[in-house]
Unconditional design. Structure first.
Length: 254
């Protein structure tokens, strides 16, 4: 049974969309559609869509490797009841990743074990799943690598890698004090990201003490000014997730 005219038209449109996504020229597509049978169009469309699917999976796998997440995390089932969002902005906005497209910064603030790193990692993985490049760094490790790259003459290469990200996650920001050189290198990364990419800071250090992180009040003030005027503060409260998990494991072992 021959397919209907509408079915042939839909098949041709689907073939054309897949072919254009693979950058096949319009002239080549038209020539093929002008001579191919409906079965040939269907078979070739299937092949092109399979190739597109393969490339999409490969891209996401590559982005996931490049992001360097320490442990995979998801927002499924995440408890937002102890998280305070800015007025008029909430978990739905966070999940939508609109802040990434707007190159807005987020500060996840709260005591250790409140889920800041979990949430940041899960948001980063959600961004990767949509094809957005992400880089995850424990802040102290990034500073060490920046210093090493500067000494080795490869700083430009490392900064170029960071600049590929649409979202940069600086985990445990302020947990380790920085020396002057490290503070300046980290400031360079943050300043270069301003209005170009989003930065998520996870920290237990309030803004008024950021000067102690950088050993330079002027650098700290400049960064706080950027974050405050182009970002949002998300506060994580409640009991420690780590303590709860430890207690649950302890009960399970009884």
């Amino acid at each position: 049974m021959q397919p209907s005219r509408q079915a042939r038209s839909e098949e041709a449109a689907a073939f054309r969309a897949a072919a254009r996504a693979l950058f096949i020229s319009g002239d080549t597509i038209d020539a093929f559609l002008g001579s191919a049978t409906p079965g040939q169009v269907s078979a070739c469309r299937g092949m092109l869509e399979a190739e597109l699917s393969h490339r999409d999976r490969s891209k996401r796998e590559r982005l996931l490797r490049q992001a360097r997440f320490p442990v995979p995390k998801s927002l499924d089932g995440f408890d937002w009841s102890n998280v305070s969002f800015p007025e008029g902005w909430g978990a739905g906005d966070l999940r939508s990743l609109s802040f990434v497209d707007a190159a807005e910064d987020l500060v996840f603030f709260g005591k250790t074990g409140r889920g800041k790193t979990h949430a940041a990692t899960a948001i980063g993985m959600a961004a990767v799943s949509t094809g957005r490049p992400v880089r995850f760094w424990q802040t102290a490790q990034l500073v060490l690598q920046l210093g090493r790259a500067k000494r080795d003459g490869t700083l430009d290469r490392l900064l170029a890698d960071v600049s590929k990200a649409r979202l940069l996650i600086l985990d445990e920001f302020g947990y380790v004090p920085l020396d002057v050189d490290g503070a300046r290198l980290l400031y360079q990364v943050i300043a270069d990201s301003y209005e170009r990419r989003s930065v998520i800071f996870t920290t237990n250090v309030e803004f008024s003490r950021w000067g102690t992180i950088f050993a330079d009040d002027k650098l700290a003030a400049a960064i706080v000014d950027r974050v405050v005027h182009h970002g949002r503060l998300v506060e994580f409260g409640g009991p420690s997730h780590r303590l709860e998990n430890s207690l649950m494991l302890g009960k399970g072992g009884e």
